[in-house]
Ligand binder design. Structure first.
Ligand code: DC
Length: 235
């Protein structure tokens, strides 16, 4: 991609709790800037899917050190909007509920975080990336030129998840109720924020944006304009 004179391609780190609007914002900001979007949650989900498919999750809860075997030859690759785990397209599989339930546990394991952090740092080396997750501004790219921390109240986030489920579920499928979704979201927030390794935390330099009452367009606009400022050479 051609670089405008006086501008540099930067790294944008977007962190925040589940369903705070990170991935939609990150994808649209990347599109507008001509950057690459990297969804690090999808990478943790891929490891959880692999553990589930190999039937080793129960065993890992008792002896987490076994996770090294799972990571040994793992390959995770993005191709546009699709993600490939060990050569297979798992774009749909990683969004299944069984994966969402187990991913916080998998992402609490240090060997998993160490391995994925290195992969993420490699992916960011080209610069011109928008990366979203929980620890991008604090651990993966603490030097990212722009760090964003998105928050939104839990009920609003549950409502968004619900609307997403309604939109993509075939008619007649039972949907979880809103209270249950809110409870699940709060449990995941707690697990992600209280874990020992790389917990969800706002970096001191991060811009905090509360998206509870913002439209997607507005939140994209805010991040996009901050990015333009940071792209200007010397910032
Ligand atoms: O953003 P998401 O819901 O797809 O993320 C799935 C899980 O992965 C989430 O519960 C926490 C974990 N995660 C993480 O620990 N660190 C990241 N950088 C991204 C996700």
């Amino acid at each position: 991609m051609k670089q405008e004179i006086g501008k540099k391609r930067i790294i944008i780190a977007i962190d925040g709790p589940a369903a705070s609007g990170k991935s939609t914002t990150a994808r649209k900001v990347a599109e507008r800037l001509g950057y690459t979007y990297i969804d690090t949650g999808a990478m943790y989900r891929s490891v959880a899917l692999k553990a589930l498919d190999q039937g080793v999750l129960g065993g890992l809860r008792n002896s987490p050190e076994g996770v090294s075997a799972l990571l040994q030859d793992i390959s995770i690759r993005f191709d546009g909007d699709r993600i490939f785990l060990d050569g297979s397209d798992v774009t749909a599989g990683i969004r299944e509920n069984r994966v969402s339930r187990e991913v916080s546990f998998i992402s609490s394991l240090k060997p998993v975080r160490d391995r994925l952090r290195v992969m993420q740092q490699d992916l960011g080396r080209q610069r011109g990336v928008v990366m979203d997750g929980r620890d991008i501004g604090t651990v993966v790219f603490p030097d990212a030129e722009l760090k964003i921390f998105l928050v939104a109240d839990a009920r609003k986030r549950a409502e968004r998840r619900y609307a997403e489920l309604v939109a993509k579920s075939p008619e007649g499928v039972d949907l979880p109720d809103l209270d249950l979704l809110e409870e699940e979201i709060m449990r995941r927030d707690r697990d992600d924020a209280e874990r020992e390794h790389a917990p969800l935390k706002k970096h001191a330099e991060a811009y905090e944006i509360d998206t509870s009452d913002l439209t997607i367009e507005r939140q994209v606009d805010i991040v996009y304009h901050l990015a333009l400022e940071k792209e200007v050479k010397g910032q």
